[in-house]
Structures are given as C-alpha cells and as structure tokens.
Design a protein around this ligand. Structure first.
Ligand SMILES: [Zn+2]
Length: 412
C-alpha cells in the first residue's frame, strides 16, 4: 500500500511538471536554461524563472480574432488636439513629413495648440507653408521672463496682466488664431505672488473668458488628469507602472487640489460664462466616469469634449463608450494629442470604426497609459462624420474654410 502511494505521488508530481511546461512559452523547449525543472532533490517543484518587472511583462496575445488594419480615417478628419510646437520644435522637415502622414491617414486638417499668445506669429509662420492643413490655438505665457522658483516675478502676477492678455487675444484673433488653450498647469501649478495655487475659477481670470466669448475664440482646457494620478502610488493603483516611470505625474497629496475640486472649479467657469465655448480636453478629464461627463454635457450647453489620448480609457469600456459617443455625437471632437507615430493613428481608426477586440491603443510596450488592451466601438457613418469633422467645423472659427481648402487641394 505504501509503495503504491509512493508511486502515485511520483506520477502526480510528473504530471504537475508537465502542466508547468505546457503553459510556458513554446519557444523555451524543456531543458533549456529557462525551462522549469521537473523536480528537485526533495521532490518539490520550485520556479526558477525570474519574475519580470511589471514594465518588462509585454506578452503577445495568442487570441485569434478579426483584425481590421485600418490605415486611414473613413472620412477626411480634423485632429483638434496637436502639439506641433512642443513636439517638432521648429523642425520644418518634420512638419513636411507629417503632412505626408496626414495624407496617408486622410487627416485633412490639424489644430495645433502651441502658439504663444503675444508672439503667435512665430508658430503661425512655422505652419504657414501648409496653410490649408493647419490652424492654431494660442496659450498664455503666465510666467513670461519671471523665474520659475519665484511666482512673484511671473508675468501673471504683474499689474495690468489681464488687460494686456485681453488686448493680445484681440490681436491674435486678427492674426488668425482660432482659440485659446489652457494646460493642466492651470489649477495644478500656477501660483499667485504669495506662492498659493490659483483656483481655476478665480474671478481674476473672468475677463479672459468673457473676451474669448466676445471674440468667438473657443477655449480648450486640460483640467486635472487621470483619476489614478490623484490616488496613492501603490500596487493597488491601476496606473502604477506609468507613475513609477514618471513619479512627477502623481498629484496625490496635500500639495495639490483634489481632482474633484479642480473639475468643479472648471465647471463653475463654464457655468458663469455661457457665451464662451469650452472644449474639455481628454474627455473633459472624466474618461473613467462617462456618466459624470454626460451630466456635464447636459448641464452646460457651451461645453464640447475631445478624445485625445483617451481611446485607452474609452476602449476598455466599449459598450458604455459606444452609447456615450452616439448619444453625444454633436458634442464630441476627434483629437489625438499628436503628432504621433503612424501606428498610433491606426489605433484611433480601429477604435472608432471597427468591432475589433483586444488590441493595443499605443505602439509603446508596455501600453503606456494602463496595462490593458481595447475594443472598437464601430460607430455609424453619420456619427463618425460629426466626430471626424462636422462638429469641429461648426465650433472652431475659420476651420470650415480651411477644411474645404484642404480637401480641394488634396483632390487636385
Ligand atoms: Zn495635449
């Protein structure tokens, strides 16, 4: 009896070892140094493979499902969220090359957000060789010649700053600027002369919102950041891998306002200025909670949103996202936060236009904004047209004409 049990035990242990082997990568045949041992002298199986760092774990999916490799948008599109200043840094050749990328991907026009108010002509001149393909928003240089460490020296804390900014907005509109951009620093880093953070809804800024309304310059605002960036950076945090790579992206702790506080202050600005059009960048900062964004859209008729760098969020909730995008088809704009490598663009087309399952949202490995894959929402043509160009043409001044010119010049 004892002998029988012993033999059975040996067989069972061999079976376990075989299972381990079968689930290991097929490229590692048994007996290669990385293969797990069948058993050791004591008879217990001990894993010897190193546990990889979370950033090194980039598995290739074995899932065999339909893959629709779209390489262009179905309708000529307008990307309303691009950074041709920050990312290209005056490189005209890179801009020329990107226009070719736009042609291949059926992107008619890109909206750069990188002109600096007051010296917007520099960026407009950079884009001018392709004047049918680009328009630009401007952003305010709050610091000016001031020293980073000394908020008292910043331009925004000098007398007359607001009046000067409003005059610059008028001049910029005349020069061809199509809107005003606010980066997330507004609310998270911008400080008054006492080194206290400015609230987004500080009445100090009211003349700027009013002037944008009067001039019909839409305001695109990036407020807060992904929810997880406001949580403790622990292994419970769904963006831990990313935050470990970029610790400065965490806004957890007392040095920063809470995410809700920022979003609510932003909403009060939108509410107080019904004649000014606001575009909430990156799904208005609410990509993880679309029901909440829905309430904002219902509450504020002067709010639009765009999807730049958030297909990773939308595509992991494809059922909810599809309903949301269809319901709000008149209020959603297409954006990417580019210019990006072409592969990244293909993921936007696949997300919006197909029912593909479980594909990456970025060309980077591992996926840079959350370690997951996404699913397409296969939007109807009527909705795609609105998101790709109709809404942007209605909302952003001059864009209608530029878009038509772009399409004419491309078809010639
Ligand atoms: Zn951006």
């Amino acid at each position: 009896m004892a002998i029988l049990l012993l033999i059975t035990g040996v067989i069972a242990r061999h079976a376990n070892a075989q299972e381990l082997r079968d689930t290991s990568d097929n490229s590692n045949p048994p007996n290669t140094p990385n293969a797990p041992p069948a058993n050791n002298a004591t008879g217990s199986v001990k894993p010897t493979l190193p546990i990889p760092s979370i950033s090194a774990f980039t598995p290739t999916t074995k899932l065999k499902v339909a893959r629709t490799l779209l390489t262009r948008s179905k309708f000529p599109s307008i990307d309303v969220h691009c950074h041709f200043g920050r990312r290209l840094r005056g490189d005209a050749e890179a801009l020329n090359a990107f226009v070719k990328t736009m042609d291949r991907h059926n992107i008619a026009v890109c909206v750069s957000l990188d002109a600096v108010l007051g010296s917007e002509s520099d960026h407009l001149r950079f884009l001018a060789p392709h004047r049918d393909r680009f328009v630009s928003f401007a952003h305010i240089d709050f610091r000016g010649a001031g020293q980073q460490a000394n908020p008292e020296s910043w331009a925004c804390n000098q007398a007359g700053f607001i009046r000067k900014t409003c005059l610059q907005l008028k001049a910029a509109k005349t020069a061809g600027i199509c809107g005003l951009k606010f980066f997330k620093q507004f609310g998270l880093h911008l400080k008054d002369s006492n080194s206290n953070l400015y609230a987004i809804d500080d009445p100090k800024w009211d003349p700027i919102w009013e002037t944008c309304g009067q001039l019909d310059l839409p305001v695109i605002m990036h407020t807060a950041d992904p929810s997880a960036f406001f949580d403790p950076v622990t292994t419970q945090n769904e963006r831990y891998e990313e935050l470990a790579r970029h610790p400065d992206w965490s806004f957890h702790g007392d040095a920063f306002p809470g995410r809700d506080e920022l979003l609510e202050a932003r909403n009060r600005v939108i509410e107080r200025h019904p004649d000014t059009k606001f575009i909430g960048a990156h799904l208005g900062g609410g990509a993880e909670e679309l029901a909440r964004v829905q309430r904002w859209l219902e509450q504020y008729p002067n709010l639009w949103i765009e999807i730049a760098s958030r297909i990773g969020e939308l595509g992991r909730q494809p059922f909810t996202a599809r309903k949301f995008l269809i319901k709000n088809q008149d209020r959603v704009l297409f954006g990417t936060d580019g210019p990006w490598p072409e592969l990244r663009l293909t993921y936007y087309w696949r997300f919006l236009e197909t029912h593909d399952e479980y594909f990456p949202y970025s060309e980077k490995r591992p996926q840079p904004q959350g370690l997951w894959h996404i699913y397409g929402v296969n939007l109807p043509d009527k909705v795609l047209e609105k998101i790709y160009f109709r809404n942007a043409c209605e909302l952003i001044p001059r864009l209608d004409t530029v878009y038509q010119n772009a399409n004419n010049s491309r078809s010639n």
